[in-house]
Design a binder for this molecule. Structure first.
Ligand SMILES: O=P(O)(O)OC[C@H]1O[C@H](O)[C@H](O)[C@@H](O)[C@@H]1O
Length: 279
């Protein structure tokens, strides 16, 4: 894997296939592009800010130490999705960081990105370098590229418990494959990591998503109205071209004691075979 530091970004190239590469924006340690043989796999908004003025709309933003907003003590004051996505590798965004707990939680995040010819692994290690325990959520907020969302299905979630953020209700997923006809924002809880979630377009598998130590999975598409409300979501028709499949640990918080570390991985890979997995 060739690694090139380009200033604001770092590029990794797969040696035997120079058109297979990944680009990481240092701001937020956000993967903003992953190409397999020159074909882009991730969606990045044309209106995404890449200058460090706000989190990136697209690619793989990192969500830590809270997913969404939380009313739990120590998390109420944090903005949506915490501060990792608007920090630099050198420093946690001080303004936002100070709103977590009492503002002095001592931690280290170590992100490892591995590029292969047909897969991309993002691995996170969270370490507690503090003298007290603290808790956190983790999530990879992955924007996968699709050709047309109305032709897209996401499989292997039937039987799973799902919290629908749009109607604030929990129910069991019945559908063998989720399809998209309107805004969708669901948290699937405690999905066995033996299950690979596949994104299928017109009968063809376009992405496979595997998780290690990440029990929850958020599926999101903003559709028409929500896209209009996001200034950095461009073009407004861009929702046709993306689906967020977000592996995380968000249903409850992970607790880390002093000196402890926690690791988790997302593996996105190519592969044509449709594999149906039941509960
Ligand atoms: O606009 P952001 O803060 O980046 O959040 C974008 C989206 O993230 C997740 O997918 C949540 O489930 C959505 O409710 C939220 O709208």
């Amino acid at each position: 894997m060739a690694v090139e530091d380009l200033g604001d970004t770092v590029e990794l190239t797969f040696p035997s296939s120079p058109k297979t590469k990944v680009t990481i924006l240092k701001y937020g340690a956000t993967v903003i592009s992953w190409k397999v043989a020159d074909v882009e796999q991730l969606w990045l908004s044309e209106g995404a800010k890449l200058d460090g003025s706000k989190p990136v709309r697209g690619g793989i933003p990192l969500v830590f130490p809270v997913f969404g907003k939380s009313a739990e003590e120590g998390f109420q004051a944090l903005p949506q999705h915490g501060f990792a996505r608007n920090s630099t590798p050198a420093e946690a965004n001080p303004e936002v960081y100070s709103k977590w707990g009492k503002g002095d939680n001592d931690f280290t995040l170590f992100l490892t990105i591995t590029l292969n010819d047909d897969n991309l692994t993002t691995k996170i290690e969270v370490s507690n370098s503090d003298s007290k325990p603290w808790t956190f959520n983790w999530l990879f907020h992955t924007y996968l590229k699709v050709n047309e969302i109305e032709d897209t299905l996401v499989n292997n979630l039937p039987g799973e418990e799902c919290y629908d953020q749009l109607i604030a209700e929990t129910y069991e997923e019945k559908s063998p494959a989720i399809n998209f006809t309107q805004e969708l924002d669901r948290i699937y809880k405690n999905v066995s990591t033996d299950k690979v979630v596949q994104v299928i377009e017109l009968g063809k598998v376009v992405h496979n998503v595997k998780r290690v130590n990440l029990p929850d999975l958020v599926v999101w598409n903003p559709w028409v109205e929500k896209s209009k409300g996001m200034a950095d979501f461009e073009p407004k028709s861009g929702y046709h071209k993306m689906v967020c499949i977000e592996p995380g640990h968000v249903h409850d918080f992970v607790e880390l004691k002093p000196g402890e570390s926690w690791t988790a991985e997302q593996i996105i890979y190519k592969g044509d075979a449709i594999k149906l997995q039941s509960i």
